[in-house]
Design a protein around this ligand. Structure first.
Ligand code: SAM
Length: 223
């Protein structure tokens, strides 16, 4: 799949006809650029039809969520976490974390998302940053290379906003002891194999009025 900025713009305009995208440097990670929403389309009053269209096709991939933003920084600052490992960014959206993992020396960075448009955005964002990110449409289709060690690092940034995804955490642990979760949405995550290793301020990019209360990211690591 080759994803061009024009393809992404066509996808974004399914949500709002006047949507625009721009290659945007992340405030916490100025070394990373992503194709993200830009301009006033999100900040003007929406007609009832437009509100429906936003609900039906929310383009999560055109935002970098607070947790992806923060975990991208975390990985760039802690390259040993990913060095020579496969890193699977589950619920990759824009692919911010997968791009950071590739930049930080991962052996293989994989962006995984159920939304094909998110995979297209991840592909375009990998190209924008001059790194390779492989794409996966379903975490359960991932197979390790036989006999390859070390185990992957599995990362989930703002994936648990959908509580239906909570059982995935145990599926991650069946495949690797190394799991890194960032979440700005759920405040009561508790699991016997995880500890909270950090609580940090981040931001959603671009900021949008619906996101105001979700700036604080808890980081959970398996042990
Ligand atoms: C809130 S966005 C976060 C995107 C990105 N991780 C970030 O922090 O910017 C959640 C993403 O997870 C994807 N997603 C939701 N459930 C998923 C699942 N079970 N497997 C893979 N992707 C999923 C959605 O399509 C969406 O792109």
């Amino acid at each position: 799949m080759i994803s061009t900025p024009d393809n992404l713009l066509t996808m974004a305009r399914r949500m709002l006809p006047d949507a625009n995208l721009a290659a945007t440097n992340l405030p916490l990670c100025p070394e990373i650029q992503l194709w993200l929403f830009n301009g006033d389309a999100l900040n003007r009053p929406l007609s009832p039809d437009e509100q429906l269209s936003v609900q039906e096709y929310p383009c999560y991939w055109a935002f970098c969520w607070a947790s992806g933003h923060l975990l991208a920084r975390y990985i760039l600052d802690h390259p040993k976490l990913v060095k020579d490992r496969t890193v699977i960014d589950v619920g990759c959206g824009s692919g911010a974390v997968a791009v950071a993992a590739a930049m930080a020396g991962a052996r293989q960075a994989i962006g995984c998302d159920l939304d094909p448009d998110a995979l297209a955005a991840t592909d375009a964002n990998a190209r924008l940053n001059g790194v390779r990110v492989d794409l996966l449409d379903d975490f359960f289709n991932w197979r390790p290379e036989p006999g390859f060690i070390p185990e992957p690092l599995i990362v989930a940034a703002d994936l648990l906003y959908d509580r239906g995804n909570l059982p995935l955490v145990d599926e991650f642990l069946k495949r690797s002891r190394h799991v890194l979760i960032g979440d700005s949405r759920i405040r009561d995550f508790s699991h016997p194999s995880f500890e909270t290793t950090d609580t940090c301020e981040s931001s959603n990019q671009p900021e949008s009025s619906g996101f105001d209360e979700f700036h604080t990211v808890n980081v959970y690591q398996s042990f």
